[in-house]
Design a protein around this ligand. Structure first.
Ligand code: TRP
Length: 332
């Protein structure tokens, strides 16, 4: 039986290695499975909760699209689209809002952490929170449910959002009978926390990210910034606790990883280890980086691909939304 897989990336920053390892790489692996139908998209309306600048929104949205394609997503096999091009998602979002308890939204992690920050800072609790941020999980539920999604590959921080989608789907199904498929999340357990160059989790909020398509010189510089201890080159080192090694693992072949493990245990200079890391990363990035640059220089190519994807998506979203509306007594 074929399974429906769906995931989105919101254009709120440049894609970094943490995004790649935690979300994009596992999603692309699922896309290769013959019997899976995948829908991958640019979540631009989710981006709008934060990005309020025309040029930035454009550049970041194209950036997300170009990243997927540069890394090998095949738009002929996948349904690949821009969220804002599929208006049924927004109609469904309103519908779902009418079935989503407000308390459920109050408990959403992302919103709660904004409230916590405000409280700590002595500000009014909802300071800086717009309604898009508050209802963010409902739009995400619409993304997922409209495509009858079974599997949602996401980073760990998105688990709760998938559970909220499930909750809302169950509520609706109870009232109107089986309508929505209950989605499940898929996470990449062992690699979902990639360290940044300071050793903490790689995250935009820590300012320790390494952009995925960094130019070689800058990449080298960022790698050189990785903190190491003062052990001598000949001293044995523990690969398990090394930031250099965890990054190396993601980009090297199994064989290279085994060899590097031995070298760590026998003793390797940090400078040498960094050089090896740069090499595997750079050779991995080289090809996708030039494809990415080519696409970014030709946004009309991206538009053509995305428009075709939205058209394909709407072949199923239009009739499904009609069915949903009928159940509620709304469509005539
Ligand atoms: N909220 C997701 C993130 O920040 C992006 C997203 C939007 C998404 N809609 C989705 C992910 C639907 C999976 C399914 O990463």
């Amino acid at each position: 039986m074929s399974k429906q897989v769906l995931t989105g990336i919101k254009p709120t920053g440049h894609i970094h290695l943490g995004n790649y390892v935690g979300a994009i790489k596992p999603a692309l692996r699922l896309a290769e499975i013959e019997s899976y139908n995948v829908a991958y998209f640019v979540a631009d309306y989710h981006g709008l909760t934060k990005i309020h600048n025309q040029a930035e929104m454009k550049e970041l949205s194209y950036g997300v699209a170009a990243t997927w394609l540069a890394l090998g997503l095949d738009p002929d096999r996948a349904v690949f689209y821009r969220q804002s091009d599929v208006p049924e998602i927004f109609e469904l979002s309103w519908i779902l809002a009418c079935f989503a308890p407000k308390g459920l939204m109050n408990r959403a992690h992302a919103y709660k952490s904004m409230v916590d920050d405000n409280q700590k800072g002595g500000r009014e609790i909802d300071n800086g929170v717009n309604m898009g941020m508050f209802t963010y999980p409902i739009l995400m539920a619409a993304d997922i449910l409209l495509f009858r999604t079974e599997l949602v590959p996401v980073g760990k921080d998105q688990i709760q959002h998938v559970e909220i989608a499930r909750d809302i789907a169950e509520t609706f199904n109870k009232i109107y009978r089986e309508t929505f498929v209950l989605p499940e999340y898929v996470i990449q357990e062992e690699t979902s926390v990639l360290p940044g160059f300071d050793g903490r989790k790689m995250s935009k909020s820590y300012n320790n990210t390494i952009p995925l398509f960094e130019e070689p010189k800058k990449l080298q510089k960022l790698i050189n910034k990785i903190k190491t201890d003062s052990s001598l080159p000949e001293e044995p080192k523990d690969p398990e606790t090394s930031v250099i090694f965890s990054l190396y693992q993601e980009f090297a072949t199994v064989d290279q990883v085994e060899k590097m493990k031995v070298r760590f245990k026998e003793g390797i200079g940090w400078g040498e280890a960094k050089k090896e890391l740069f090499q595997v990363m750079n050779s991995f990035i080289e090809k996708p980086r030039s494809k990415y640059e080519e696409l970014m220089a030709n946004p009309h190519v991206l538009d053509t691909i995305l428009n075709a994807g939205a058209k394909k998506a709407r072949e199923t979203t239009i009739p499904f939304l009609r069915e949903i509306k009928k159940k509620m007594g709304i469509y005539h």
